[in-house]
Design a protein around this ligand. Structure first.
Ligand SMILES: C[S@@+](CC[C@H](N)C(=O)[O-])C[C@H]1O[C@@H](n2cnc3c(N)ncnc32)[C@H](O)[C@@H]1O
Length: 234
């Protein structure tokens, strides 16, 4: 089946190459807002393209990769892409590029695969819900000391999929907090988040690495602490 995926913010295009060779996509559109990353992508794609040309039969399952200069998903035409993959940027940039003003809807994108830092996950889930997308799958990943999440979201077509997430789902993820609750990376994330909440409440001393942050609404902090404690394995 033909399926085109796009990779917004492709930079060096390693992720685009992964998509092209995974068997998932039959064509990949790699987009970046800046010319320099696209020149890196061009260089990294060269041996791959040469191999495709030299061994067309053996490499038939390797999808072609188009490079495009442009902001967000704007270089795409409606109906061109089924899945948009946006990785390596914060939730604010992801939301501006894909969710704001129904951008992904207008293009006919049916699946989003999004990869922000784990601390941005609640903001991302809230934006997905607000814009009519449902979280279908999630994973938490520790990469070189940084915690990330990968969220797969689909258009929430049926009424049932529009049901509001409860506070625990929004904070910790409807899939992660159930399926991956005992996962060591997820448990480490919960402990770090609890420490951060307690620092903001003034219950722990400010550490050298803690960047500070708004103490915020005490009721919201207490609710977050309650949810975290309920999910932390003793
Ligand atoms: C940190 S890199 C991410 C690289 C890659 N996606 C990954 O996860 O390894 C971010 C890239 O996104 C590009 N970028 C940032 N905002 C963008 C936007 N609104 N539209 C397209 N590209 C953007 C930057 O130029 C940069 O090359």
């Amino acid at each position: 089946m033909s399926h085109t995926a796009c990779n917004k913010g492709c930079d060096h295009a390693w992720l685009s190459l992964g998509l092209a060779t995974s068997g998932f996509a039959t064509r990949v559109v790699a987009i970046d807002a800046k010319a320099f990353p696209l020149s890196l992508a061009e260089r990294n794609l060269r041996p791959y393209r040469r191999e495709r040309e030299l061994q067309p039969r053996e490499r038939a399952s390797f999808a072609p990769v188009d490079l495009r200069l442009g902001c967000g998903l704007s270089p795409l035409s409606p109906g061109e892409v089924g899945t948009a993959v946006i990785a390596g940027m914060g939730a604010r940039s992801i939301c501006e590029a894909a969710l704001g003003e129904g951008i992904a809807d207008g293009l006919g994108v049916s699946t989003l695969v999004l990869n922000p830092p784990a601390r941005d996950a609640p903001r991302l889930r809230a934006a997905l819900l607000k814009n009519g997308w449902a979280v279908r799958d999630e994973a938490m990943v520790l990469d070189r000391g940084w915690l990330h999440i990968v969220v797969k979201a689909e258009r929430a077509t049926a009424e049932g999929h529009r049901a509001p997430m409860d506070a625990a789902d929004a904070l910790l993820g409807p899939v992660l907090r159930v399926r991956d609750r005992a996962d060591a990376v997820f448990q480490a994330f919960l402990r770090m988040r609890l420490e951060s909440v307690r620092r903001r409440r003034g219950l722990l001393p400010v550490s050298a690495t803690y960047k500070g942050g708004d103490a915020g609404d005490l009721d919201a902090l207490l609710e977050e602490e309650r949810i975290l404690c309920a999910h932390i394995d003793s």
